[in-house]
Design a protein around this ligand. Structure first.
Ligand code: XIL
Length: 300
């Protein structure tokens, strides 16, 4: 096939991109979006600061704009993200009472998942909960500090009840190298959830890579998570300088793992990227395909 989405679909996978609602009026942007991609992740529009800026007051406008457009163009949706320490409004961060925070977290998860029920194939239920450089420690956040490590399990159980049909993912960065302590910590959490029947269906590996691309152990990491009985997804791929080899190595690792069900790049053109200074994406500022695009397409 001649596009990323159609080629990925030949092996039952998706190829997606992050989309920003503020760019949907740009015809070059939407032209590439609709031609190449069959899955969409809202770059910011489903985060807590946008969706529940004050307690109990929900704003679905920007998220709905992206979801409605994707649905009408035959694109599937990832949901990103329900529980995260960042882009979190101050009113959540200042809660000190555990029962209050548990109720607030559960209500946020339930309200978003109910609103988008049936329209999201996979939800990043918890994003970036583990600390860098250690194998079992969660990072400090209001969720960990007030609720304890059990907030993770609580979030996934609440999510399963809210939308039993959605795949529930744990999503993080710096878990691509099998030899990294953080990877081992997430691996042990997933193994523990599986052993105890805590609902989890997928691990999202963000894959924000430096110029060298994925670590040599990347495929081992994907297959090791998959062997626990979860899908793996590459959820936020971008690579400094976008070397074709680095992109091909990333795509090949996914193709070699049956349970690697899809790849999402974190933006369309270099000018759309949160790392725009590093030119990390598949399309240049004019919307032309870069050599990394061809490397990705021919490896799918
Ligand atoms: C980034 C967005 O791309 C930026 O627009 C925003 O200012 C900050 O967040 N990990 C994640 C994503 O899970 O949500 C982040 O997205 C990038 C890192």
């Amino acid at each position: 096939a001649s596009t990323l989405g159609a080629q990925a679909a030949q092996s039952g996978r998706y190829f997606g991109t992050a989309v920003a609602a503020g760019r949907l009026g740009d015809g070059t942007y939407t032209g590439i979006l609709d031609r190449e991609f069959n899955s969409v992740t809202p770059e910011n529009e489903m985060k807590w600061d946008t969706t529940e800026p004050s307690r109990g007051s929900f704003n679905f406008g920007p998220g709905d704009q992206i979801v409605n457009r994707a649905t009408s163009h035959g694109q599937r949706m990832r949901g990103h993200t329900l529980v995260w320490h960042s882009q979190l409004p101050g009113w959540v961060g200042s809660i000190r009472d555990a029962n209050t925070l548990r109720g607030v977290m559960n209500n946020h998860i339930t309200t978003l998942m109910n609103h988008y029920k049936g329209r999201i194939h996979s939800w990043d239920v918890v994003n970036e909960a583990f600390a860098d450089g250690s194998s079992g420690q969660l990072r400090s956040s209001v969720f960990r500090d007030v609720l304890g490590n059990g907030f993770l399990e609580q979030a996934f159980r609440t999510a399963r009840t809210a939308d039993p049909a959605a795949k529930l993912c744990y999503n993080d960065y710096n878990i691509e190298d099998w030899n990294a302590a953080k990877t081992q910590g997430v691996y042990r959490m997933v193994r523990d959830f599986k052993a105890r029947g805590v609902p989890i269906d997928c691990v999202g590996l963000q894959a924000h890579f430096g110029a060298g691309g994925p670590p040599g152990s990347f495929q081992t990491t994907l297959s090791s998570f998959a062997a626990l009985g979860v899908d793996v997804q590459i959820t936020e791929l971008d690579i400094a300088q976008a070397s074709p080899t680095a992109y091909a190595n990333t795509v090949r690792a996914c193709m070699n793992v049956t349970r690697c069900t899809g790849i999402t790049v974190w933006g369309i053109r270099d000018s759309d990227s949160w790392r725009s200074g590093e030119n990390p994406l598949l399309f240049d500022r004019n919307g032309n395909k870069k050599s990394a695009y061809n490397a990705a397409l021919t490896t799918l």
